[in-house]
Design a protein around this ligand. Sequence first.
Ligand code: FMN
Length: 179
Amino acid sequence: MKRGTVKRRVFLGVTGSIAAYKACLIVRGLIKAGCEVRCAATQNALKFVSPLTLAALSRAPVVTDLMDPAHWDMAHLSLASWAERVLVAPATADSLARLAVGRAAGPVDATVLSTKAPVFIAPAMDTEMWEHPATAANAKRLASYGYTMLGPVSGPLASGRVGMGRLMDPEEIVRRVLA
Ligand SMILES: Cc1cc2nc3c(=O)[nH]c(=O)nc-3n(C[C@H](O)[C@H](O)[C@H](O)COP(=O)(O)O)c2cc1C
């Protein structure tokens, strides 16, 4: 484990960005740092990354459906109190909007809304989406709740363009969450 990092119980919420595959690198980095990791993914995130991959890397089941009878114990509440750090990465523009108004329809949003742990949000999206006043207002609102915004950063985007909106480097996300 790198100096300056602490082993933690980390919840990772994955949303439906093209950068969702990088959630696998984040899970791997957290596990490598000695953390326990539990993941939840939105239905749209599952179009980009398989729950089996997240489960195998995190060594734990992945919550994808709040209404699954297997979660009779209300997984979002138990994960929210279990977690010492709550991270959403990548966070879509839509998830920023939902979190900003306190929605709780899916396992990612519901866990964020239910936790008292420090929350970290790592947005990833196209430059136009990030720079839209609505997204800017949502990000500002999330920061006002005490959430730590991790990026985005400027760099090559999935669209082929270069600009603001790229997911912060997964290693840097892990470092910041554990610092
Ligand atoms: C190929 C593809 C890539 C996408 N990448 C992003 C992205 O990087 N960031 C983003 O905010 N939305 C992106 N979207 C749009 C989101 O998937 C869409 O807003 C979705 O409703 C988000 O759902 P979720 O936040 O519940 O996971 C992408 C859509 C497609 C089809």
